[in-house]
Write a protein that binds this ligand. Structure first.
Ligand SMILES: [Zn+2]
Ligand SMILES: [Zn+2]
Length: 808
């Protein structure tokens, strides 16, 4: 009954980019026009709409097939390379690849911001490899070198494999992978001989730059720096990477080179601005995608209400995981090749198990053909799984969002997104894996029960009509800048000219570092005093601050660390803590030793910390006045104290205990956006004084839930405080602040787009079908007050007053 056809997967050229708006289809019928390649997509969609599920479709967005536009090889690309690429199935480059490559070859930095599988690598490989092969070097002194930076080790390993496939070794191209696993013996060879180095920003920070003198040959001849997947460098991590790149540019200059940057990005707003912030270089953007793509349909899907209610009486929706497992099962039964993306490893495993069981009931051999794609695989193991999916031995893979960059599969029949992956850039990257020429592809976004997912399911224009969010980072954050200025001074004394490279706040931070005796001024340069090695940047992916270690009781095994900033709420004594998908019970949090002692346990309850938080305005830096409200941006000090925790049954959501805790208050200095509105105007709008705290609190939760739509953050990256009367403003005030010391740029972005952001927040709350507030609108999973008080109706009135007179 089921024919399993031999299939061919388009590996590089056939993927869809779905971000253009085309036909909008009536969600009531969810019919696609029956035309050409859409038949297959329609058949798959029909399969999903069986069993009375048609009313779960909120929107179907269709994009037509696009024909690619090729251009001849630039005349400087050597014949040898053209032959190699022709042998790999590339007869000629796409127009966007040529545009980016020409810019780099002309010695100008460029960011290429196009869809998944649009062939971004070729754009920088053309000039980089041509440069190596023809030994043309901008310095004219030594044979040139190329540095390739990837956010993950896996991606760098993939790139190395791609280079090896071109077999250019006998022509003088000597690529080498340099990461934490590279043997010390091999490192000497790499320093002396490699001319195409593949590494990551962490290795630059920790190993290569501190040791730059020994890398003088490589750095002094550096012609191109490739920054792949540069949109992943965002927030505090992105700000650290920006400073590492400034140190790199400085080291290159000292050794006689001034490299050009070639950046690759998913489709984002203002790619040139973000790339310029990241590199501190002048960067041009190429963002017209000229690669072909298959016809595709993108479905927005909302799981049904279960009929049950939570402890607040709010209606419960079916989980995105259960719904995704069902859709995956039906697609496999329809003979489709499917990839599902989930937010957690546990979610990926549960999806695979549920689908396997359901399929095994139909056909025992089918169950074995669904797998979970976990972290920790070696590149060869990943390639093997991908190959099995391509040749049909596997029908479906369930993966986590975190593995998105490591998966080299496109041209699938269908992609399922269980929950919003956090950014539209990621969403398009994932959806773009569906679709191949002549067959089309289907992508389904399954909304989770939270404000952002719900908003997106009901507002397709937010996904399909607008440009994607901007990549947000703040290299000028003094908490990020200070350790990198110390590192730079340790690498070579800092001069006044150097400071310019590190941005406008560098001189002030250098003065502070001198006052702390970390730097010392002599003659006309600043020297590293070596007095405190902990002042240097350690882990650029952490918060930068101290961490609490998770230690297993009995074995003493170190399981990992938690940022000190979140330790009180995450790993307090008695907490049930999830670490890498496993659950642990915290026996004791020892703050003096910075250790949480835990035992492996699967209790049938979860815990939520409750805190008391105060916020003080330190500096009111910018203000925007609308008719009734004022929106501010500035620096704040947040003082919070975890005072107790609630224990809640997983199955029923019932709270069965509240346990007091004795933890000291913690301070955080960071950036915030806040808005105020006079109480009398709120009274005029019909908000009783007693309802004001619930209105402000509900508006704060929903606003935090929607900020990721405008800034590349996660709701866990920001916090909030709301109050009916704030001592510093003298008014009802709602604050949304960055969760990291010194800020990460998210609150600042919120200030810049305040009118759009708060309008969307108002729409979300008013449009939610619940009566008094639910997880899809005003409830928050991280609320320190147990989601009390919350007043949904008054929050809408409050936002109406705030937004009156706001620019559209
Ligand atoms: Zn609701
Ligand atoms: Zn709250």
């Amino acid at each position: 009954m089921r024919r399993l056809l031999a299939r061919r997967f388009a590996l590089s050229d056939g993927a869809a980019r779905l971000s253009d708006v085309t036909t909008l289809v009536d969600p009531g019928t969810a019919q696609l026009p029956q035309q050409g390649t859409a038949d297959r997509v329609q058949a798959l969609l029909d399969q999903l709409l069986t069993r009375g599920r048609a009313d779960r479709v909120r929107h179907v967005h269709r994009s037509p097939e696009r024909v690619g536009r090729r251009e001849p090889w630039p005349d400087w690309v050597p014949e040898l390379l053209r032959e190699r690429w022709a042998g790999a199935g590339i007869p000629a480059p796409w127009a966007h690849q040529v545009a980016a490559a020409q810019t780099l070859w002309a010695g100008r930095s460029v960011v290429l911001s196009t869809g998944t599988a649009s062939g971004k690598s070729l754009a920088y490989l053309m000039p980089a490899l041509s440069g190596l092969l023809t030994a043309q070097c901008s310095t004219g002194l030594a044979p040139p070198t190329v540095l390739y930076l990837a956010p993950t080790k896996a991606l760098a390993a993939d790139q190395l494999a791609g280079l090896a496939g071109l077999a250019l070794g006998s022509h003088g191209v000597r690529p080498a992978l340099f990461d934490g696993d590279t043997a010390y013996g091999e490192r000497d060879w790499i320093r002396s001989h490699a001319n195409y180095l593949l590494t990551n920003p962490d290795m630059l920070n920790r190993t290569l730059l501190p040791d730059h003198a020994r890398w003088a040959r490589f750095l002094g001849a550096l012609q191109y720096v490739v920054v792949d997947e540069c949109h992943t460098y965002r927030g505090v991590f992105g700000s650290h990477v920006a400073q590492v790149l400034r140190r790199l540019r400085r080291a290159c200059r000292r050794h006689g080179a001034d490299p050009v940057f070639g950046l690759c990005s998913a489709t984002v707003s203002d790619p040139a601005v973000a790339a310029g912030r990241l590199t501190s270089a002048q960067v041009e953007a190429v963002s017209e995608d000229t690669s072909p793509r298959a016809a595709a349909a993108f479905v927005l899907w909302e799981p049904p209400l279960t009929g049950a209610v939570d402890e607040h009486g709010a209606p419960r929706r079916r989980t995105a995981v259960a719904e995704t497992a069902d859709l995956l099962t039906d697609l496999v039964l329809a003979d489709a090749r499917v990839l599902a993306f989930l937010r957690s490893r546990r979610g990926a495993e549960v999806t695979a198990v549920l689908a396997r069981d359901a399929l095994a009931e139909v056909d025992p051999t089918l169950g074995e053909r669904v797998a979970a794609y976990r972290g920790g695989y070696l590149p060869e193991e990943r390639r093997e799984l991908e190959q099995r999916l391509r040749d049909g031995r596997l029908c479906a893979l369930a993966a986590t969002n975190a593995l998105e960059l490591g998966i080299d599969i496109t041209g699938l029949d269908a992609v399922l997104l269980a929950g919003y992956p956090g950014t539209r850039a990621s969403m398009w990257q994932q959806a773009g894996r569906a679709g191949r020429a002549g067959q089309g592809g289907l992508a389904v976004f399954v909304a989770r029960d939270d404000p952002l997912d719900t908003y997106l399911a009901h507002h397709p224009e937010a996904l399909f009509g607008r440009p994607v969010e901007a990549t947000v980072l703040d290299p000028d954050n003094p908490y990020v800048l200070a350790p990198h200025l110390c590192a730079a001074a340790a690498e070579a004394p800092l001069t006044a000219a150097d400071l310019e490279l590190f941005g406008p706040r560098a001189p002030g931070v250098v003065d502070e570092l001198c006052a702390r005796r970390l730097l010392r001024r002599r003659a006309d340069a600043w020297y590293w005093t070596r007095s405190d090695p902990t002042a240097l940047p350690g882990d650029i992916r952490g918060s930068g601050g101290p961490a609490v270690r998770l230690v297993e009781a009995g074995t003493g095994r170190l399981l990992g660390t938690v940022d000190a900033g979140s330790a009180h709420s995450q790993v307090h004594t008695g907490a049930v803590h999830l670490h890498q998908g496993r659950s642990y019970l915290v026996e004791e949090l020892d703050l003096d030793a910075a250790v949480a002692v835990v035992t492996r346990s699967e209790p049938d309850w979860t815990t939520t910390a409750r805190d008391v938080t105060e916020i003080a305005v330190l500096a009111d830096e910018r203000v925007m006045r609308w008719r009734a409200a004022a929106v501010h941006f500035g620096s704040v000090e947040v003082t919070s104290q975890v005072v107790s925790y609630l224990s809640k049954r997983i199955a029923t959501g019932e709270v069965f205990a509240q346990t007091p805790l004795d933890l000291p208050p913690r301070q955080l200095r960071t950036s915030a956006v806040w808005w105020t509105v006079p109480a009398e105007l709120l009274a005029d709008a019909g908000i009783a004084l007693g309802d004001l705290p619930g209105a402000a609190h509900a508006a704060e939760h929903a606003a935090i839930g929607l900020l990721p739509l405008f800034a590349t953050c996660d709701r866990w990256d920001v916090g909030g405080v709301s109050t009916a009367l704030h001592p510093d403003t003298g008014l009802p005030t709602v604050f949304v602040h960055d969760g990291h010391p010194g800020g990460a740029g998210f609150a600042e972005r919120g200030f810049a787009v305040a009118a759009q952001w708060l309008s969307a927040t108002r729409e979300l709350i008013a449009g939610c079908g619940c009566q008094t507030g639910c997880p899809s609108c005003v409830q928050s999973p991280k609320c320190g007050n147990g989601n009390r008080p919350l007043d949904k109706a008054a929050a809408v009135l409050l936002l109406d007053v705030v937004l009156s007179g706001a620019p559209h």
